[in-house]
Design a protein around this ligand. Structure first.
Ligand code: NAP
Length: 275
């Protein structure tokens, strides 16, 4: 067990990547606080994990866009485990997919507030909420979630990509500050690759651009060709969450670039056939 005596908060851990990372940490012997906005989903996931991992897990409903809720999450974790040695700032979503010009100002404004409010501001606040505890411990491992469009242009996901570009910039700057601090604090950035989760399916498409059926058929082609396996990707995070990690400010890649490029070539071929 690589994570005995470790304590972690994984935000957005009732589904997808966050849930898998929480499970892998628990399997390695860590104690983990899970959270999401939906109390019912938190309770369901908690019950599922408790069956296998007993009292090593707690669940706290928490919306990361609410600083007061983040404070409660940290306080409850410290109360239960005595420390917070790891934060995986994972909570995030996308709301719309399509060319920017298809969305009206009002829509853009409300989507940007929601997506950036959680993916970027919620992430910044999550880090701010655990940092006093980590400073007190003189120790902490933080993993932030970047993603599509953060470091290279990606069409049709402009607002989401803006939030992730912000995560990348924030993370690199803070990692630099950590280097100068006297504490053993490390922050690294996870790029999981394309993973088949609710992220791409719980999404609105402008109907005057593309109908839902076409989107679903195209997504099926992507699903069959370019997806990275959830567990294979999330396992890459573990070495960055332990005291052995000396890396700081680096990108943790959960995917193989060559496989991704090959997959996208196949997608292009199959999409052409669809036309
Ligand atoms: N899937 C991919 O291909 C991919 C690629 C790169 C990066 N990522 C990033 O990975 C992270 C996880 O995404 P996923 O693909 O695993 O999606 P997912 O399956 O939809 O999981 C997202 C989780 O975050 C929670 N959440 C959303 N907003 C929240 C908020 N404001 N406060 C607290 N919890 C919140 C959701 O629960 P509730 O809705 O119940 O709150 C859920 O548990 C995101 O940051 C995403 O941008 C994903």
């Amino acid at each position: 067990m690589k994570m005995k005596n470790e304590t972690a908060i994984v935000t957005g851990s009732t589904s997808g990547i966050g849930k898998k990372i929480a499970e892998l940490f628990l399997r390695e012997g860590a104690r983990v606080a899970i959270c999401s906005r939906n109390e019912e989903k938190v309770n369901q996931t908690l019950a599922e994990f408790k069956e296998e991992f007993g009292d090593s897990v707690i669940g706290v409903p928490c919306d990361v866009s609410d600083p007061a809720a983040l404070k409660v999450l940290v306080d409850k974790t410290v109360e239960a485990f005595g420390s917070v040695r790891i934060l995986v700032a994972n909570a995030g979503f996308n709301l719309i997919y399509g060319p920017f010009e298809y969305f009206a100002l009002e829509k853009v404004n409300s989507v940007a507030k929601a997506v950036i409010g959680t993916n970027l501001i919620g992430l910044i606040d999550s880090v701010a909420a655990v940092l006093p505890q980590m400073k007190k411990q003189g120790y902490g491992r933080i993993i932030t979630l970047a993603g599509g469009g953060a470091d290279r242009p990606l069409e049709h996901m402009t607002i989401y990509s803006a939030s992730k570009g912000g995560v990348l910039a924030f993370s690199k700057c803070l990692a630099k500050e950590f280097k100068q601090s006297g504490d053993d604090l490390k922050l690294n950035i996870f790029l999981p690759g394309m993973i088949d989760t609710n992220l791409a399916t719980n999404i609105q498409i402008p109907e005057d651009w593309k109908d839902r059926e076409t989107y679903d058929r195209e997504y099926e082609i992507i699903r069959n060709n370019v997806m990275t396996d959830l567990e294979e990707s999330c396992l890459k995070v573990i070495p960055f969450a332990t005291p052995l990690c000396k890396k700081n400010g680096t990108l943790i890649k959960g995917f193989k670039l060559t496989k991704l490029i090959k997959g996208f070539r196949q997608v292009a071929k199959e999409m052409k056939k669809m036309e």
